[in-house]
Design a binder for this molecule. Structure first.
Ligand code: HEM
Length: 483
């Protein structure tokens, strides 16, 4: 009798487990509904391991200047649109330029931004990567205002030039070799801290914030495991400390109305439409969006240039022309102005080529809001959609010799709507002009006054965040131009 009872108990437990498993599968794979399934023409592909899917294969580090093995193998087996199971969801992955464009342009209608929930945990629930709808539009308008063209001309250009000169002087004095990867991060961080909080570089409050911020960043790009000792746990602590610090500044500013600050924090405080919590997330997010990406882009640019001395020569000659013209102008003003920036045509080709080959942001996260049919394939509502920009930017059907750094290619072609280093549609990067300006001004002073050499072989890997294995160590030498 006891044995029978045990048998019944085992059967009940097994049935229970099977029911739970079935419910989970139904929730995770809504497409398992058989009548829908027969009607749908899903893209070809492989869903990988149950529950785990293919996330590990997708995220496997690879050379940043390649689409990676996962993309190469799947595209050659299934084509540029295929299905998989990534980040815990059934997913349609796209290396197809037309589908990528369609996804970006239909944001809010057919697709919606949908980053893994752990991003919200660390960047905050008011992060622009998490927000959708009206609140996203509102936050976006603040960010766009902060980096508007008139702000770039009237203020940011001068600040970028000053920070560039300070940075290059400090590089000159540093013990060589120096890590370009760490140093460009400091450069872009200092620039952002000034615009957002009026923090000046080199001051203790800026250095403290930078230290906390870099710990925070390590957590953003690490596995979101909240255990003592993990990078993620440390990052959450740093996040709290940074937010506490900014909150204190807000309180002090409320008391000292006689002091006028012209920075993002004061502008949003004056605007009065955001709660304290929203302001804190916005500040942290602009700092995040504005410093890491441009630093990586600048590092990649210096790295690619080193392999092509002739490109450095062309770049130097463009900047020598600008410098000579400024010497001859009356009244003499050696600071760069907007007209000088507009003359940096070849520099813009170098920047485009760096972004195409380096793919700082390799893909973005979206989900389908309703059933969508594209090129004969069905994308079911609720599925994740991953437009992979890197695969399009390195596609031989669009670019000759795509794995080669060749800025000259942009002399013959205009960046098309398939060139999306800054995303596109209603979520197009709000800082794209700022990022290009930073790179151009930095290159101007670098090529005019310095030579750099790699002191140890290094390579850029995609984790998917792009990082150099050894930090890209260089030695820098000042040069004297003969004019
Ligand atoms: C080379 C440098 C940069 C690259 C490659 C880059 C790339 C991108 C991409 C691809 C997106 C779209 C994300 C998505 O659609 O899910 C984005 C969004 C954004 N970027 Fe950038 N970015 C760069 C520099 C900057 C800078 C300097 C700032 C300024 C602070 C900035 C601020 C933002 C903001 C606020 C968003 C969110 C826009 C929105 O959701 O409406 N970015 N960026």
């Amino acid at each position: 009798m006891a044995e029978f009872d045990n048998l019944v108990a085992i059967v009940v437990v097994l049935l229970g487990l099977l029911t739970v498993l079935y419910m989970v599968i139904k929730l995770k794979y809504p497409i398992c509904n058989s009548s829908r399934k027969t009607k749908m023409n899903l893209p070809p592909g492989n869903m990988g391991w149950p529950f785990l899917g293919q996330t590990v294969e997708y995220l496997k580090p690879h050379l940043a200047t390649t689409p990676g093995r996962f993309m190469e193998e799947n595209c050659s087996r299934h084509g540029k649109i295929f299905r998989s199971h990534l980040f815990g969801h059934p997913t349609v992955v796209s290396a197809d330029p037309e589908l990528n464009k369609f996804i970006l342009q239909n944001e809010g209608r057919l697709f919606e931004c949908s980053y893994p929930s752990t991003i919200g945990g660390i960047l905050g629930k008011w992060s622009m990567l998490v927000l959708v709808g009206e609140m996203h539009k509102h936050m976006r308008s603040i960010a766009l205002n902060f980096m508007s063209n008139s702000m770039l001309r009237s203020r940011l250009l001068d600040d970028i030039e000053m920070q560039t000169l300070l940075t290059l002087k400090s590089w000159e004095k540093m013990e060589q070799p120096l890590s370009v990867q760490s140093e460009t991060k400091k450069f872009t961080f200092n620039l952002m801290a000034k615009q957002i909080l009026s923090f000046n570089s080199g001051e203790p409050e800026t250095d403290d914030l930078m230290k906390e911020y870099f710990t925070f960043m390590k957590g953003v790009i690490s596995a979101p495991i909240n255990f003592p000792g993990t990078s993620y746990r440390r990052a959450l602590k740093s996040r709290s400390k940074i937010l506490e610090g900014v909150k204190k500044i807000m309180e002090e500013r409320k008391k000292r109305v006689d002091i006028h600050y012209d920075d993002l924090l004061s502008n949003v405080m004056k605007d009065g439409r955001l709660s304290t919590e929203q302001i804190l997330d916005l500040i942290l997010n602009i700092l995040f969006a504005g410093h890491e990406t441009s630093a990586v882009a600048l590092t990649l640019c210096l790295y690619f240039l080193l392999k092509f001395p002739l490109v450095i020569d062309s770049l130097r000659s463009e900047h020598l022309d600008i410098a000579r013209r400024k010497q001859q102008q009356e009244p003499k003003d050696l600071r760069l102005n907007w007209d000088d920036y507009k003359r940096m045509e070849f520099t813009h080709n170098v920047i485009n080529e760096t972004l195409r080959l380096g793919n700082v942001v390799r893909f973005v996260h979206r989900k389908a809001l309703r059933d969508v049919n594209f090129k004969g394939y069905d994308i079911p509502a609720g599925w994740k959609v991953l437009p992979v920009f890197a695969a399009v930017h390195l596609d031989p059907a669009l670019y000759d010799n795509p794995l080669q750094f060749n800025p000259q290619r942009w002399q013959k072609m205009e960046p098309s709507t398939y060139f999306t280093p800054f995303g596109g549609g209603p979520r197009l990067c709000s800082g794209l002009e700022l990022a290009k300006l930073e790179m151009a001004v930095f290159l101007h002073h670098l090529v005019l006054n310095y030579r750099w050499e790699m002191s140890e072989a290094d390579r850029a890997l995609a984790f998917p965040f792009v990082e150099f294995e050894k930090g890209f160590p260089i030695t820098l030498t000042a040069i004297r131009q003969t004019n």
